[in-house]
Design a protein. Structure first.
Ligand SMILES: Cc1cc2nc3c(=O)[nH]c(=O)nc-3n(C[C@H](O)[C@H](O)[C@H](O)COP(=O)(O)OP(=O)(O)OC[C@H]3O[C@@H](n4cnc5c(N)ncnc54)[C@H](O)[C@@H]3O)c2cc1C
Ligand SMILES: Cc1cc2nc3c(=O)[nH]c(=O)nc-3n(C[C@H](O)[C@H](O)[C@H](O)COP(=O)(O)O)c2cc1C
Ligand code: SF4
Length: 650
């Protein structure tokens, strides 16, 4: 029988209060020069308060050429020490142990971020970045190894309890380890021993510089999850060597950014506990504690992993973004209060890497805004009217109610969730419905009832002296006025997903955005033959995101996606389309529309005409995503409560 999540554990003499770890997660909250900010300290200290045993800070660059984020923290110079000391103090002061993650991105960065050509073991571009790196000379390699060592020494001086070497996810250390990116034939390549040399020397030099008694964790990808990439069998000998070199714990992750579907932060379609079995194999090979990461959001599941002795500690990454207090809730037996991460990646890793914006969480609008928790004087406590119990309305009501305001929330349907009810229907998307359930529970626990079956109108607006009205009415589906659009063969995606409209065996889905692609997935999973037509030449849902990659793969394997194909008319036998100047008939029993939606703006206009302050949020402003709905709901509530300006978009 293994340990419990709540048992203490030691990493190289560092005593942790439990076996929960917050793994490194880049935030973008550092200053443009890479220094610690008040925002970053507030973010971390809240997580430490939540009960975690060890917090590993995000990537910290050991050399200026190693930055992968514009605001990546630096540790390559002594000038960073005072800020890092404040960060360590904030984390430790709130009860957790603190480690710094030492990082160099190698080829996984852009010249625009580091003002020179990225470097790497070999001049091989990653698919993710498309930049051919400059091959490092042996002298430069030695210099970089010493940079890791000096950075570890700085971490110790700043008061951190440990360091973690980022040897995973395709960054520099990993680039040396992997035959996929290391084609050298000198001492730092050529064979397994040569490819492992860089990682081993980094570990040994850190031990020399920071002291043998300073705990060192080594994070690595246990499999590259990629054609031509390495697997567990390849990496196990390195793990054993690292133990001999003095690592105090091993941290098991997987993948690189070239791996299809990006399993480094497993998406909605990846299995829970993606690395657990590989971690168990690592644990069998070594004596030092093994940390496992990868889509473990539920403390009960972590408990199972630990009890089965498949790892010694469990890393909860995105779960810490979604709900900083989830461990405290679990410890108190309040499992039902936990707001579980959706594994959607939209607000965190994809926002950071594709939108070049700081990370947050789709369902936790306070993530990155922890300083909002500082008390403010309310300018009004209501009464407020919230119209619509979709994502936006639910969050608005929660934020208002948490501040003790008087709220009325009405919903014309008999259930909460709005579009999320349909959005949660395709396989893998069930967590969206779980969030709706959580939001309803949260409102109930705050003593707030949702009034169902009430369509708000002018009378509702005039029914009380409202201090403010929030229009969270969302958006209704758009069906273009094309010839044949009124025939029975037509259906609308949300109705199909909710099972309110049945389709024939052969279905034509119009639109390859997220809604169209997901509807296609749902229909394929339900045994339908599906063709998706899309007017644009490139798919609106990019296969670069984990979700997009998965849906494109489903379509490639089990359906048909026709790009640059315009629907001209619907007819009894399907639809007439035009592609590259040629018209053709596509046979279908049902034509399902997923071509966008129209915001419901009327209520806000009516409220303003009645002289009442009104704000529209979410899809009622412009059809977008859950992130905008939830964050705008939060911000609108704060504008009414505290007079803080609300800018309309998240
Ligand atoms: C199939 C599908 C899949 C999706 N998948 C994703 C995804 O994976 N990730 C993502 O980020 N986004 C996704 N979206 C988009 C996302 O669901 C929406 O952006 C988000 O839910 C919008 O929330 P909202 O509260 O603004 O509006 P809505 O969800 O539209 O909610 C509005 C609510 O207001 C109610 N209402 C309207 N008028 C009135 C009235 N007068 N009185 C009372 N009630 C009223 C409606 O009944 C509804 O419940 C998906 C959408 C669909 C359709
Ligand atoms: C926003 C974000 C930033 C990340 N940044 C890092 C990082 O700086 N270093 C690292 O080793 N892993 C990073 N990761 C990966 C996480 O540490 C973790 O391994 C991954 O999210 C899977 O764990 P989870 O399912 O518990 O979130 C990041 C993940 C996210 C979501
Ligand atoms: S944005 Fe999505 S994946 Fe990221 S932490 Fe929030 S819910 Fe989880």
């Amino acid at each position: 029988m293994g340990a419990s999540l709540w048992d203490g554990v030691s990493i190289g003499g560092l005593e942790l209060r439990n076996r929960a770890v917050m793994p490194a997660m880049g935030t973008g909250y550092g200053s443009p020069q890479g220094h610690v900010t008040e925002r970053l300290k507030a973010y971390h200290s809240l997580r430490a308060e939540g009960g975690v045993g060890l917090i590993i800070t995000e990537v910290c660059a050991v050399h200026p050429t190693g930055k992968a984020l514009a605001a990546e923290l630096g540790i390559y110079d002594d000038t960073f020490i005072p800020g890092l000391r404040e960060l360590a103090t904030a984390i430790k002061g709130a009860g957790a142990a603190a480690a710094v993650q030492l990082h160099h991105s190698g080829r996984e960065t852009l010249p625009s971020l580091i003002a020179e050509q990225p470097v790497g073991p070999s001049p091989v571009a990653s698919r993710a970045m498309g930049q051919v790196p400059r091959e490092l000379s042996v002298d430069e390699i030695r210099e970089l190894i010493l940079c890791y060592a000096a950075s570890a020494r700085r971490a110790r001086e700043a008061g951190f309890d440990a360091v973690e070497v980022h040897g995973a996810h395709g960054y520099l250390v990993h680039q040396f380890i992997s035959p996929y990116s290391n084609l050298r034939d000198d001492a730092y390549g050529g064979d397994d021993e040569g490819r492992f040399r860089f990682a081993r020397e980094v570990v040994r030099e850190i031990k020399k510089a920071a002291g043998d008694d300073f705990p060192l964790i080594f994070r690595f990808s246990s499999s590259e999850e990629l054609k031509g990439g390495y697997d567990l069998e390849y990496i196990l000998p390195l793990v054993e060597m690292l133990e001999e070199d003095g690592v105090d714990a091993l941290h098991v992750s997987c993948g690189i950014y070239d791996s299809p579907g990006n399993p480094t932060s497993p998406g909605m379609h990846h299995p829970y506990g993606i690395n657990v079995e590989r971690a168990a194999a690592v644990k069998d090979a070594v004596e030092v504690p093994v940390i496992v990461a990868g889509k473990i959001h539920d403390p009960d599941f972590a408990e199972e992993v630990l009890q089965a002795s498949k790892a010694d500690l469990v890393a909860f990454g995105r779960q810490h973004l979604a709900d900083p207090y989830f461990l405290a809730k679990a410890a108190r037996g309040r499992h039902e209060d936990i707001r579980f991460c959706l594994s959607c990646n939209q607000g965190c890793i994809e926002r950071l890497s594709f939108e070049m914006r700081s990370a947050t969480c789709v369902i936790n609008p306070l993530c990155g805004r922890e300083q909002d928790l500082e008390l403010r004087n309310t300018v009004s406590t209501g009464p407020f009217l919230v119209v619509g119990a979709g994502a936006a309305g639910l969050q608005t009501a929660i934020t208002l109610k948490e501040a003790g305001a008087e709220v009325r929330i009405v919903e014309r349907e008999e259930k909460a969730g709005g579009q999320l009810r349909a959005a949660a229907r395709p396989p893998g998307k069930e967590p969206l419905a779980e969030w709706v359930d959580w939001a309803e529970r949260r409102l109930r626990s705050l003593g707030q009832r949702i009034e169902f079956g009430i369509e708000a109108d002018e009378k509702t607006i005039a029914s009380e002296e409202w201090e403010g009205i929030v229009n969270a009415c969302g958006a209704k589906p758009l069906i273009p006025a094309l010839p044949g659009a009124d025939l029975e063969i037509n259906a609308e995606a949300r109705q199909v997903l909710l099972g309110l409209t049945h389709t024939g065996k052969k279905v034509l889905v119009v639109g390859a955005g997220p809604v169209g692609m997901e509807t296609a997935h749902y229909l394929i999973a339900n045994g339908r033959g599906v063709t998706v037509v899309e007017e644009q030449e490139y798919p609106p849902l990019t296969p670069l995101t984990s979700h997009g990659y998965f849906l494109h793969r489903v379509l490639r394997k089990s359906g048909t996606l026709l790009l640059a194909t315009k629907l001209l008319e619907v007819n009894g036998g399907g639809a007439l389309v035009q592609a590259r100047g040629e018209e053709r008939q596509l046979e279908a029993d049902t034509v399902v529309w997923a071509v966008g939606s129209i915001p419901e703006t009327g209520l806000a206009e009516a409220a303003r005409e009645a002289g009442i302050a009104a704000l529209s949020v979410g899809d009622a402003v412009e059809p977008r995503r859950i992130l905008e709905a939830v964050h705008e709901g939060y911000k609108a509530a704060r504008q009414f409560l505290y007079g803080v300006e609300y800018k309309g978009k998240a």
